[in-house]
Write a new protein. Sequence first.
Lengths: 426, 426
Amino acid sequence: MNADDMILVSVDDHLVEPPDVFEGRLPARFVEAGPKVVRTDEGSDVWTFNGSVIPNIGLNAVAGRPREEYGVEPTAFEEMRPGCYDVHERVRDMNAGGVLGSMCFPSFPGFSGRLFAAAQDKDLALAVTRAYNDWHIEEWCGAYPGRFIPMGLPILWDAELCAAEVRRNAARGCHSLTFTENPATLGYPSFHDTYWDPVWKALSDTGTVLSIHLGSSGKLSVTASDAPIDVMITLQPMNICQAAADLLWSRVIKEFPGLRIALSEGGTGWIPYFLDRIDRTYEMHHLWTGQNFGGKMPSEIFRERFLTCFIADPVGVKLRHDIGIDNISWECDYPHSDSSWPSAAEELAAVTAGVPDDEINKITFENACRWYSFDPFAHLPREKSTVGALRAAAAGHDVSVRSFDQGRFEKQIGVHALDLARNATA
Amino acid sequence: MNADDMILVSVDDHLVEPPDVFEGRLPARFVEAGPKVVRTDEGSDVWTFNGSVIPNIGLNAVAGRPREEYGVEPTAFEEMRPGCYDVHERVRDMNAGGVLGSMCFPSFPGFSGRLFAAAQDKDLALAVTRAYNDWHIEEWCGAYPGRFIPMGLPILWDAELCAAEVRRNAARGCHSLTFTENPATLGYPSFHDTYWDPVWKALSDTGTVLSIHLGSSGKLSVTASDAPIDVMITLQPMNICQAAADLLWSRVIKEFPGLRIALSEGGTGWIPYFLDRIDRTYEMHHLWTGQNFGGKMPSEIFRERFLTCFIADPVGVKLRHDIGIDNISWECDYPHSDSSWPSAAEELAAVTAGVPDDEINKITFENACRWYSFDPFAHLPREKSTVGALRAAAAGHDVSVRSFDQGRFEKQIGVHALDLARNATA
């Protein structure tokens, strides 16, 4: 399939929270204590809350930078593309990249909102979490119906309150809950504890997907303090197999058959090996460990319950039928350094060369729409939703690769990315 | 290829040390303090050394048991097949399984001999480590020339002494050093520290392979204290990708081009995804992280320097050319629960159905012989080395599946494994 003919719905992108997230959304008594953006003496913008300072507002928001300048910066809003934090600019960037739909994970609260959960005043924590969800659903996603898959933050410290929040969000069309890879490493009861049962029930009842982003366990994959950073970059996504194994063998999977889980930014090429490993583990050991999936093999359970995704994984494409063609979705990872925005469509077209169109459609949008109960075509006709159609609508939007090190938006290094994209398909 | 026509050299098996390992091998002043087997009041045999009691002499030596009885036992010699600790019985079991050659990792000292290294008296630690290596090379391997790939224990606390021991062992034909996945987690300098340079140089000079067994980091893959044990069983082998990444990005790989590494019991199906991941990491990030392999891609370096292995990995077989057909070897894992002994050959034949004979030969013995400088045919002609020929020589050797829970060797449950094997090839 040509890149222009694809329809792209990304199940993993990131937003950088703008300073006004909580404006007008907190009860008067919490306004003073609510999260705020502060500019430091060094010129960084940081979020502050509950005595914590979150020094890197963008995590790794390098979209549009030359690769020489990748790193753990930027740390100020004007060092980022406005598409990181401004939803109108974001939609323009999505159009320029040909991306129809996007699910945006949070940045400064942590993937599971643990910054908010850490507040001693649980009324404050609850007000802030709800305000964040209101902003995300009403303002970020609500500004462009059909362009964003809404996603809620959990309430880690009270599973009943969390379940209620899942139901409140589902009632307004939100069918994704961002969660941690491992609550135990964050100091909460593990996946195996009955503590979470109200949440699993609420997710099952409302058809809400538990979206587990890599790196959300609070533990980095660091082999040694003096290891090169490349080791951590390589291993971080592979770490998510721990969450997959943890949940797959848990009683949760058996007792909540409606619960579905997405391994966000987890890649796919490792899945067939993992499925073979779990089936072999079951065959060799279930007689003494007592595992029982009602006559099914663990790999069958995985395919019923887990959604995977990739940016452009040639091994995953080759093994797509060993993974499950209904279990693979696409992600863009805007604005992080693993993303190939704005030419992600061309990268994907190259990696999926020779794959039948119906299978590509499953990967690029159909699986994402089904799992997340997302219907973009209720808002934009399908023929206007393709990469080619969206880009035509975005003509003139500047997606130059820009250097941020030598000043503000001054140094133009790359060629125009839409030109790049056109060359790649030619 | 029929199972009978295969030649099998296993790069990962385990021996359980018999009580007489150190007999006559320690200087008189260390005999009293040397490691000893003691029978506990509960009827377990335990090794004792330096104030430590190693409660599980067999780790998981369940060969020949019915699967209902798998577990972390056995804990006494008579609960194991004698092939676990008696080299003559071991060779009979190898013959019955059709296995020509075997590399046997240690049990009670730990994969990297850390039990010995923990002794405060470093003269004692050195004497014990050397005595162990002498016993392993002279008595275990020496009893049956051409049947065992010899393997030395390292000296963790002194890299110069370790280098000397590598050279001493290489001079008597030992070209494998068992080592830890991660010295940093054991409290020693990491792979990135220059501390180890004398060892890397000795390994390079002598053509000795650094054999890194999964589970040798001293850290188990435990997600939570209340997680089912199946989670750990699933994840433990996948953990070895951490060692692969740690070494691949290290200065060691760049500065010691002769150093070769085996990922023992690490499986193979995950390797193509890993190679894609490291190449992508390199492409996206090397301009700011400074990685440089002299113009080569990290995946090329991996294929030059790393040997992988599998028991029977259908995903690895399918992806063998994405891994590297010269980088895959076979392992039996006798006597642990992942092993399919005595019908491992039949399992392998099923998994490699349709693979050309020359590629099967690389996987089953040629790669292992080349990497480990092992020449079994100097001792036994090739036509007598096949699975079929070895089994014919072992006719009458009893490999029944036996229950150990209800008494000593009493309850016969399974059918004769050689019959099983014959049925599988028929």
